[in-house]
Design a protein around this ligand. Sequence first.
Ligand SMILES: C[S@@+](CC[C@H](N)C(=O)[O-])C[C@H]1O[C@@H](n2cnc3c(N)ncnc32)[C@H](O)[C@@H]1O
Length: 253
Amino acid sequence: MDSANYGNWVPLNLLYATLGIILILLIPSLFPIFLVIRIILWIISGLLLLPFLYLMYLFYQFSVHNKKLQYKVWNLVIQKLSWNGQGKALDIGTGAGALAIELAKKFPESFVMGIDYWGKLWNYSKLKCEKNAKLEGVTNQVVFQKASASNLPFKDGEFDAIVSNFVYHEVRDIKDKKKLINESFRVLKKGGVFSLQDTLKNEKKFGVVEELIRDIKEWGIEEVNFIETAHEISMPNLLKFELKTMGLLYGIK
Ligand SMILES: C[S@@+](CC[C@H](N)C(=O)[O-])C[C@H]1O[C@@H](n2cnc3c(N)ncnc32)[C@H](O)[C@@H]1O
């Protein structure tokens, strides 16, 4: 029987593109060209081979054949959401629908909306989300809609719970990440709960995390907690290196 497929956080396109560049560099060196040019081509392709191998390793760690890691990361988001499952939840940047569908399964009385921009880089789509929801038996509870996290097409305080995983750093149509996160809080009702995970310790993107938490509190959010993902989930050290900036903000508005 077909089972839901929630994809891989390492886009296949990126793997193919890196491999393509390595091959384009290597193939001319098979022809009788100047030795110096040949050596330069070998050095550049050798330098690209390392990131390529690391991406392959990440792809394997995140792949459905090795289900554990992506599932552990999604579970952490759900686990930290202190919700009773009554009302409406929003999954911001739903991808292939994993978090939205998991919420619907955990809370059979809830209604869940999943939004995503579904750009070209990722192999995700509204159709894939709907297919996954069908395979998981939650079509009556989940709806997917194309929208940007930077300008959510919802009223202030429309949702009882909001979740998001590994999305804010990807959003390109707004520069200011604090404004972006503030837009998520706008659609959460007072007393609603949130669990938002991303590369929040990447200071270049989000600034100092303590300042981010202080700002969120200044927006009137009642309870804000922060944990580092790599401290909560067991994973190989090589992966900790990649996920070291990941953190989770959770609490009550
Ligand atoms: C690494 S994937 C994570 C997907 C999903 N949350 C998960 O955990 O599997 C990043 C997602 O962010 C989405 N995204 C990028 N820019 C967006 C935007 N402006 N609004 C909504 N989603 C966006 C991408 O389409 C992609 O699905």
